[in-house]
Each structure stands twice: as structure tokens, then as C-alpha cells.
Design a protein around this ligand. Structure first.
Ligand code: GLA
Length: 421
């Protein structure tokens, strides 16, 4: 009798194990992020400012996030597609609740609790994102999820979270390839759809390991490939170079539901000029990157706001095919980046977004001709060309043998749509 019970029990346990393995194999498949997510996140601009007496408008607090939810709507960003309001690091108490072991938001800085904040964000028609870390601690030293994964996934669902950024500080890099999918499965099991942003490849790349992009595609909606962005042209260029040099192994994996993430937009802060701001926006659109701003939305100058809300550029980023672009050519320190987009001509030829990036600093805007063919565009019927930063600049029709001349400002960009005829 006992032996029979033992067998039944073993079959039962085996069944559960099999189900879990199957779920892991099936992957996230949550139907989310079919286009690169757009929104606003605290980290790049507001870091871990926690002194609300000294910095009442900048500290990581419910006020900062509800103010930015309001600004996303009142300043027109929501209408342009920016949707997620994401709390990055430094929102937690240093300890979990003694009795329940639940995560506790900082009591002084989030006195109303995260449900009240998420309600406010949802009432504005926006979505709520939250940062946590796979390891024992977040990068800034707050408690991480590793020993409480199920409880934390459920707590996120209870707070009506729509987007989770899971960082990878204070963790074993060798555990990440199984641990991140496991947390994704637990998020799924709550029944609440949550976009899942993984940082595991960034940590692997840093340690000289090769991320398994097939697994990432299956288990995460987006992933940070590499280092953090900082507020400078140098940092921006390093990230662009990293993506360009590694494009053969990175680019094919971006697509609807699973995106490469080169990190936040710097626009509206201190480090980028007007031209450099246009440059980041154009290249992020070429890379089908998530468009996550990190700035003080009350302080963005009007000309920078126009770039952030440029509908033609956003449309490239959000193109429904979701094919990530590449750097295809570099001549005289002018780089050509292009991305296949819609509409696709009856002949099967794609339209393209093409960005010319100047890495030059020799003063005058640099004039440079390319044949359209050299840009990788070979539609026999040619292309109608439109300047994405200047709708009034109608450039007409170009054949693949035609010469296309552009003039790029130092450390700047020109950005065009070539619509296949
Ligand atoms: C890491 C991440 C950043 C940010 C910080 C917070 O560095 O890559 O994006 O979340 O941690 O501590």
C-alpha cells in the first residue's frame, strides 16, 4: 500500500516537473512588446538621489513618478507613443517586511504605497514599470529577488505592474541562463501580463561570455546587451560602436516581442547638443531600440521636445516589420546606417530608413555623395526620398544608380526615408 502511494506520489511529482520544464521550454510568449516599448525611466537622469529634503523635485519618490506621468500626458509625449513610467533602482526599504518577507517600498519616499502610484499612472492611460534585481541585492544595494522569486513576482502583480526590469548585480552570472527564464515563468504564472526586460546578456558580455540569444528571445521581451549609457557623446558613440561591431550576432535577434536594448535616450539632459540629440534619436530608430527617455520632462527645451516627439522618426522606430537596422558603410568618417521598413513594394523590395552619421569635428558641415546602390538600396523602380527631420525638404525620386548627396553637421546626422516605388 505504502509502495503504491509512493509510486503515485512519484508520478505526480514527475508530472509537475514535466509541466515546469514544458513551461520553460515554451518560454514567455506573453504577446507583449510587439513594437519596441516607449516610455520614461528614472535612472540615467535621477540615479539614486534619495535625499528629498535637499532635492525635493529630483529624489526617487512617488512625487517624481506621478509628476512624470502627468507630464507625459500634458506635454504631448503620451500622444506620441510614450507609455511606460518605470521606477528604476532605489525605491525600496533596505529590508524586507519581517513577517511576510515582502518587498517594502521606501516608507518616507513612497508613503502612499505602490498601488496608489500605479493607480495614478493607469488613470493617466499609461503603464507602470518597476526595477528589481535577480541577485541578492540591486546594484545600489537594496534587496534583490533571488531568494523570494515567487513572492516577488506575485507582489509585482498585486501592485499592478506592467513592465519589469530585472537587473543582474550581486548574482552568479552562470546561474542567469536558468534563473532569468524562471523568474519570467513566475511572472507569467501570476496571470498578469508584464513586459520582461532582462539584463542577463549585459553581465555575460562583461564577463566575456557569449549570451544565448535564442534563449533570450524565448524568455524576455527586451534585454540590455551592454554597458550603461551616460550623459555624453562619448558614451553614446561607444554604444553605437559596440552594436555596429557586433551586429552580425546581435541584429538578427531583435524583432516583434523581443528587442535588443542599447539603453535609455539622453535627450533633454546636459550632455548632448541639438545635433547630437537628433543623432541618438535617429540611430535608436534605426536600431529598433526601446525609446525610454530619462530626463526631467519639465525642463526639456522645445527644440529637443520636437525631436523626441518627431512622428516620422518614431514611426521608423516602431515600424511593424520590426527588423533591426545596421551600420553598412563608413567613408571619410561619415557612417551610413540603414534599416528595412514598410512599405514593401509589390516587387518585394523594402523601403529604408537611412541615417548618415558624421564622426567628424572639422567645423563645416561635410558634403558627401553616395550612389543609392552603395547604400544597399537596389529597387529597380527607385525610391521617393523624404527628409525625416525636415518634412518641407522634398527630395524627389532616386534610382539605384543615382547619386544621393547629403551634408552632415559635425557629430550630427541626416536622416531620410527611401520609400520603394
Ligand atoms: C545597473 C543598470 C542601470 C541601472 C542601475 C541601477 O547599472 O544597468 O540601468 O538600473 O543598475 O542601480
Amino acid at each position: 500500500m505504502l509502495a503504491m502511494y509512493g509510486r503515485t506520489w512519484a508520478v505526480f511529482l514527475g508530472g509537475i516537473l514535466l509541466l515546469q520544464v514544458l513551461q520553460l521550454a515554451v518560454g514567455l510568449d506573453n504577446g507583449l512588446a510587439l513594437k519596441p516599448p516607449m516610455g520614461w525611466m528614472s535612472w540615467e537622469r535621477f540615479r539614486c538621489l534619495t535625499d528629498c529634503q535637499l532635492y525635493p523635485d529630483e529624489c526617487i519618490s512617488e512625487k517624481l513618478f506621478s509628476r512624470h506621468a502627468d507630464l507625459l500626458v500634458s506635454e504631448g509625449y503620451a500622444a506620441a507613443g510614450y507609455e511606460y513610467v518605470i521606477i528604476d533602482d532605489c525605491w525600496l526599504e533596505k529590508n524586507r517586511d519581517n513577517d511576510t518577507q515582502k518587498l517594502v517600498p521606501d516608507k518616507k519616499r513612497f508613503p502612499s504605497g505602490l498601488n496608489a502610484l500605479s493607480d495614478h499612472i493607469h488613470e493617466k492611460g499609461l503603464k507602470f514599470g518597476l526595477y528589481q534585481d535577480y541577485g541578492t541585492n540591486t546594484c545600489a544595494g537594496y534587496p534583490g529577488v533571488i531568494k523570494h522569486m515567487q513572492l516577488d513576482a506575485q507582489t509585482f502583480a498585486d501592485w499592478d505592474v506592467d513592465y519589469v526590469k530585472l537587473d543582474g548585480c550581486y548574482a552568479n552570472i552562470s546561474d542567469m541562463a536558468t534563473g532569468y527564464p524562471e523568474f519570467g515563468r513566475l511572472l507569467n504564472e501570476t496571470g498578469r501580463p508584464m513586459v520582461y526586460s532582462c539584463s542577463w546578456p549585459a553581465y555575460q558580455e562583461d564577463a566575456g561570455e557569449m549570451p544565448d540569444y535564442e534563449s533570450l528571445k524565448k524568455h524576455c521581451n527586451l534585454w540590455r546587451n551592454w554597458d550603461d549609457i551616460d550623459d555624453s557623446l562619448e558614451s553614446l558613440m561607444q554604444i553605437m560602436d559596440y552594436f555596429a561591431k557586433n551586429q552580425d550576432r546581435i541584429q538578427p535577434h531583435g524583432g516583434p516581442g523581443h528587442w535588443n536594448d542599447p539603453d535609455m535616450l539622453l535627450l533633454g539632459n546636459y550632455g548632448l547638443s541639438y545635433d547630437q540629440s537628433r543623432l541618438q534619436m535617429a540611430i535608436w530608430a534605426i536600431m529598433a531600440a526601446p525609446l525610454i527617455m530619462s530626463n526631467d520632462l519639465a525642463a526639456v527645451r522645445p527644440e529637443i521636445k520636437d525631436i523626441l516627439q518627431n512622428r516620422a522618426v518614431i514611426a521608423v522606430d516602431q515600424d511593424e516589420l520590426g527588423i533591426q537596422g545596421r551600420r553598412v558603410l563608413s567613408r571619410n568618417q561619415i557612417e551610413v546606417w540603414q534599416r528595412p521598413i514598410t512599405p514593401v513594394a509589390k516587387s518585394g523590395h523594402h523601403s529604408y530608413a537611412v541615417a548618415f552619421v558624421s564622426r567628424r569635428d572639422d567645423g563645416a558641415p561635410y558634403r558627401i555623395p553616395f550612389t543609392v546602390k552603395e547604400l544597399g538600396l537596389t529597387n529597380p523602380k527607385g525610391y521617393r526620398v523624404q527628409d525625416l527631420y525636415n518634412a518641407r525638404n522634398k527630395l524627389g525620386v532616386f534610382q539605384s544608380e543615382s547619386q544621393f548627396i547629403t551634408r552632415v553637421n559635425p557629430n550630427g546626422v541626416t536622416f531620410y526615408k527611401f520609400t520603394a516605388l
